[in-house]
Design a protein around this ligand. Structure first.
Ligand code: FES
Length: 138
């Protein structure tokens, strides 16, 4: 049959070779992309905050907030876990409030209400040696 129409056999061979090429590339590309995504995370950024924290107080930074809690100072992300809006801090209620869809989080980072489903991220923090501030790893 292929001898009757040699062009069709060649076309079929090219189609199968192309299909095989796509299968091999996608078979390699997907695991490679997953590997690189996992292993090429950005190194953490160290942010120095040269401010004193009053007892029961807070320090508001663009990417995080340091809050003096009953267990000591904690650094919480200000990125809402719903869609990523920047959270504001309500001093009276000691809550982080999202201006976008009104999710609320406690001063410990726990979700209280709203469409967000996860608690806030906590960043490692250490005090500066002289007690005049913090270094936060974000
Ligand atoms: S982005 Fe914060 S509640 Fe939607």
């Amino acid at each position: 049959m292929a001898a009757d129409n040699p062009g069709k056999g060649e076309e079929r061979r090219r189609f199968l070779a192309g299909l095989l090429r796509v299968a091999v590339i996608s078979g390699i590309a997907a695991p490679l992309a997953a590997f690189l995504k996992f292993h090429l995370r950005k190194p953490p950024r160290l942010v120095t905050v040269a401010k004193r924290l009053r007892p029961g107080g807070f320090i508001l930074e663009p990417d995080f907030i340091i809050i003096d809690s009953s267990s000591g100072p904690v650094a919480l992300s200000r990125r809402c876990t719903h869609l990523g809006c920047r959270l504001n801090f309500n001093e009276e209620k000691r809550e982080l409030v999202c201006p976008c869809h009104h999710s609320r989080f406690s001063a410990a980072g726990k979700r209280i209400a709203g469409p967000a489903r996860r608690n806030l991220a906590r960043f490692p923090l250490r005090r500066l040696g002289d007690g005049k501030g913090f270094v936060v790893e974000i």
